[in-house]
Design a protein. Structure first.
Length: 319
């Protein structure tokens, strides 16, 4: 099968390419000029040069394919540069879904996010993911929506963002030259004024290879058409446990210090426009809610054993 990937040079997309090739499918990628080096195994991929704002290149990408997978996500917004969740996630998915429908490419997979919602206090990220879901659901496409929790796994360079690596670099390595012999003070966030159960919000950490494998299996599974699939790993981990695990693998000492989320949100209000500020208000909103689900049934259905969140599978953080 020929599979059109929008976001195929990104973190999840690169692993989906691997899995498609392994299963004798042909990935067709939309690649921006200058991003050719991000394509994994280019000799086995069809490459269409263009971007999400160019409808003609999207038509060229989708035409003649059997499946479309939309993976675009914005980790951090920079509105002045036109990088927003509304523009790239919501409007982009709307455009691609419409073109797929016009060209008669019925099978459409959308990678959303666990917790996608239209709630007034939701992050722009979650609101845009929710709107994308509604757009796809209101088409004649044979859609499946995938809602993963927090992912981990080697980003394999090229500036691809990854949850654990970002936490290591933006938190544990925030202060250059900090003595390795001393424990680094990492924030253990809590709501309200009393640090009761600080850092005890949980995440169903799931390996990116598991997500890629499940997405490729969903392509041919007619039972999953017009359904939403929530994906999380085999075990939940608290924020404190995740930070301590990252520190351990990175050979760093860490001490968790209670941090009122309201204070950090206030700081982000004034500073998250600055790219070097480690976290945005949107990211904090999603973080403090946690992200958990039970995906035991889907792993059983496809006979996949979840890759555990352990030192061996986090070894890419040691470098």
């Amino acid at each position: 099968m020929k599979v059109a990937l929008i976001g195929g040079t990104g973190y999840v997309g690169s692993y989906i390419c691997d899995e498609l090739i392994l299963n004798d499918h042909t990935p067709r990628l939309l690649v921006r000029k200058g991003s050719e080096s991000k394509v994994v195994d280019p000799d086995k991929c069809d490459i269409i040069q263009g971007d999400i704002f160019d409808k003609s290149s999207i038509r060229k990408l989708v035409k003649g394919t059997d499946v479309v997978i939309y993976l675009v996500a914005v980790i951090r917004e920079f509105p002045k540069d036109g990088i927003t969740n509304d523009k790239l996630q919501f409007r982009g998915s709307e455009t691609v879904a419409k073109i797929a429908s016009e060209l008669g490419v019925k099978r459409f997979l959308l990678m959303s996010a666990l917790g996608a919602t239209a709630d007034i206090d939701a992050s722009n990220y979650q609101k845009a993911k929710h709107l994308s879901e509604q757009v796809v659901k209101n088409t004649d496409l044979d859609w499946t929506i995938i809602r993963p929790s927090s992912l981990f796994g080697d980003p394999r360079g090229n500036g691809r963002p990854e949850f654990c690596k970002a936490l290591k670099e933006d938190m544990l390595e925030l202060i250059p030259g900090f003595p390795k012999s001393l424990p680094f003070p990492a924030p253990s966030f809590f709501k309200g004024l009393i640090p009761f159960n600080s850092g005890q919000f949980d995440f169903s950490m799931i390996h990116v290879k598991d997500v890629a494998q499940i997405i490729v299996k969903l392509i041919l599974d007619d039972e999953m058409i017009r359904k939403t699939v929530e994906l999380g790993g085999g075990k939940d981990y608290s924020w404190n446990e995740i930070i301590k695990k990252i520190a351990e693998v990175s050979n760093k000492k860490v001490i968790m210090l209670p941090a009122p989320i309201l204070v950090v949100l206030t700081a982000a209000f004034f500073l998250d426009w600055w790219s070097r500020f480690p976290v945005t208000r949107d990211q904090l909103k999603d973080l403090i809610k946690g992200s958990t689900c039970n995906s035991e049934d889907i792993f059983k259905k496809y006979e996949i054993d979840p890759i555990p969140f352990n030192n061996k599978n986090l070894s890419y953080l040691a470098s």
